[in-house]
Design a protein around this ligand. Structure first.
Ligand code: ATP
Ligand SMILES: Nc1nc2c(ncn2[C@@H]2O[C@H](COP(=O)(O)O)[C@@H](O)[C@H]2O)c(=O)[nH]1
Length: 214
């Protein structure tokens, strides 16, 4: 069993800025080695929104109805939850706690409201805001992605301004213009966080005991 808790990361961004693509690429760059200490996982949220074509229950989201979501809120099952685009979204408390206790790093792809709630509970969380290079490019990405109607894209563009207005609440800001450059910045943030002195000392306690001859 690893002796350290996993690191908790939050990636927030206006819809379409590219946070899912960045997390996916980051996980591919850091494949699990079988050692929990090197593992990363993306948390699967609960939501009341309808599944999009191609989305799989339990993989992209846990899709539930409003009554079930509200019952989960009452049971205190969520680490954080918020209403976004008229739907509920939330992060399961037990899954996050269990995963971090196994020494596995966890990424939350959540909005600014959720980020605020998590940071208040775990100040050590690294919060990262991913910004698009321009409004025009954001709209182009949403359109090219081909998942949403013109009306939904307009709604997401309005919401984007509200999401972006919270950028200063985050520990790090990554502008996703050139994808490879943004991924390298994200990787640097994650790697630096993993190499913090306290974590390294606990991880390598045996080595330091040997080096110091105790
Ligand atoms: N740097 C980039 N340059 C050009 N296109 C990009 C870049 N990053 C991501 N994209 C594309 O933009 C679209 C939106 O990306 P993605 O789905 O990752 O966004 P998201 O922030 O996770 O959105 P949502 O919150 O709605 O799920 C995708 O088609 C993706 O391939
Ligand atoms: N506060 C939370 N926000 C969440 C969670 N899961 C996703 N989200 C955010 O919602 C919007 C819309 O997502 P979409 O998949 O419908 O495009 C986006 O900003 C996500 O980051 C959550 O558990 N809590």
């Amino acid at each position: 069993m690893p002796q350290t808790l996993g690191n908790l990361f939050i990636l927030a961004a206006p819809s379409g800025a590219g946070k899912s693509s960045l997390i996916k690429a980051l996980l591919e760059k850091h494949p699990a080695t079988g050692e929990h200490d090197n593992a990363m996982q993306v948390s699967v949220s609960h939501t009341t929104r309808a599944a999009r074509p191609g989305e799989v229950d339990g993989m992209h989201y846990h899709f539930v109805d409003r009554a079930e979501f509200e019952s989960l809120i009452e049971q205190g099952a969520f680490f954080e939850h918020a209403e976004v685009f008229g739907n509920y979204y939330g992060t399961s408390k037990i899954i996050i706690e269990q995963t971090l206790r196994q020494g596995i790093d966890v990424f939350l792809d959540i909005d600014w409201q959720g980020a605020r709630q998590v940071k208040a509970q775990i100040p050590d969380t690294a919060t990262i805001f991913v910004a698009p290079p321009s409004k025009d490019e954001l709209k182009r990405r949403l359109t090219e992605r081909g998942q949403d109607s013109v009306e939904v894209i307009e709604q997401r563009m309005i919401k984007a301004v509200s999401e972006i207005s919270h950028y200063h609440e985050f520990d790090f800001v990554v502008v996703n213009d050139n994808f490879a450059a943004a991924l390298a910045e994200l990787d640097a943030i994650v790697t630096t966080r993993r190499l913090r002195k306290e974590k390294q000392i606990i991880r390598h306690q045996q080595l330091f005991d040997n080096l110091l001859g105790s």
